[in-house]
Design a protein around this ligand. Structure first.
Ligand SMILES: [Zn+2]
Ligand SMILES: [Zn+2]
Length: 223
């Protein structure tokens, strides 16, 4: 039987996957920030992951997942998705709080539990934040663009608040208060390149977000 991956390695795999979907190549210092560890610890863990054929590190020190690493991540994304849906829709925990609990649960679910939970929840296509159960490549997001790309005057619908932002419960709660939730509609009041921010208007009023956050929110145009 294959040795069970440690929770730490599962977490690294997920963070590399999230960073890979961003606009910059993944380096170990980004990873250290995300997992809150010293560079030496990250280095040691990455070496172990390279040995186990989970990641590749090229000559420019850019990190990417191997096919094996990617397969494991896809399974983790599914488990995380199911756990969040269960916590939110079955147990009634608010969408902006479920991430940290799901993050614990996802490591403890056996394949049978995953299968039964998926059946029980009727195979949800996305988590409560709109992240597709099959990962970012899902067709669910094919019509979308990131919020910072939205032009002034456009009416948009929020599709996904990236897993990348879910670590900050404070931020998610703020977005919730401002009605920036998956499925909600907003008009882009102003896309301000000079200050790198975007102002949205909905029935709840105006809210301005920095591009750093807007880049991690996927939206689609409402016709
Ligand atoms: Zn999450
Ligand atoms: Zn989520």
């Amino acid at each position: 039987m294959e040795e069970k991956l440690s929770i730490v390695i599962e977490e690294y795999l997920q963070e590399i996957y999230l960073l890979q979907s961003g606009e910059h190549p993944v380096k170990s210092n980004h990873l250290a920030d995300r997992v809150n560890s010293a560079p030496s610890t990250v280095h040691a863990t990455l070496s172990r992951m390279q040995r186990d054929n989970l990641v590749q590190v090229d000559q420019k020190k850019q990190i990417s997942l191997t096919e094996k690493g990617n397969e494991i991540v896809k399974d983790l994304i599914l488990r995380h998705n199911l756990a969040e849906n269960f916590l939110c829709h079955t147990l009634g925990i608010p969408w902006y709080e479920v991430h940290k609990h799901a993050h614990q649960l996802e490591h403890a679910m056996t394949p049978l539990v995953v299968e039964k939970l998926a059946e029980f929840l009727e195979h949800p296509e996305a988590c409560p934040h709109g992240v597709p159960a099959g990962g970012y490549e899902d067709s669910y997001l094919s019509q979308s663009f990131s919020l910072d790309q939205g032009e002034t005057g456009l009416l948009i619908k929020i599709l996904m608040i990236d897993e990348y932002l879910e670590k900050s419960e404070e931020l998610l709660q703020y977005l919730h208060e401002k009605s920036i939730t998956p499925g909600s509609q907003h008009t882009i009041k102003e896309n301000q390149q000079a200050t790198h921010s975007i102002t949205l208007e909905s029935e709840q009023g105006l809210v301005t977000l920095p591009f750093d956050i807007a880049k991690k929110i996927k939206v689609k145009r409402v016709e």
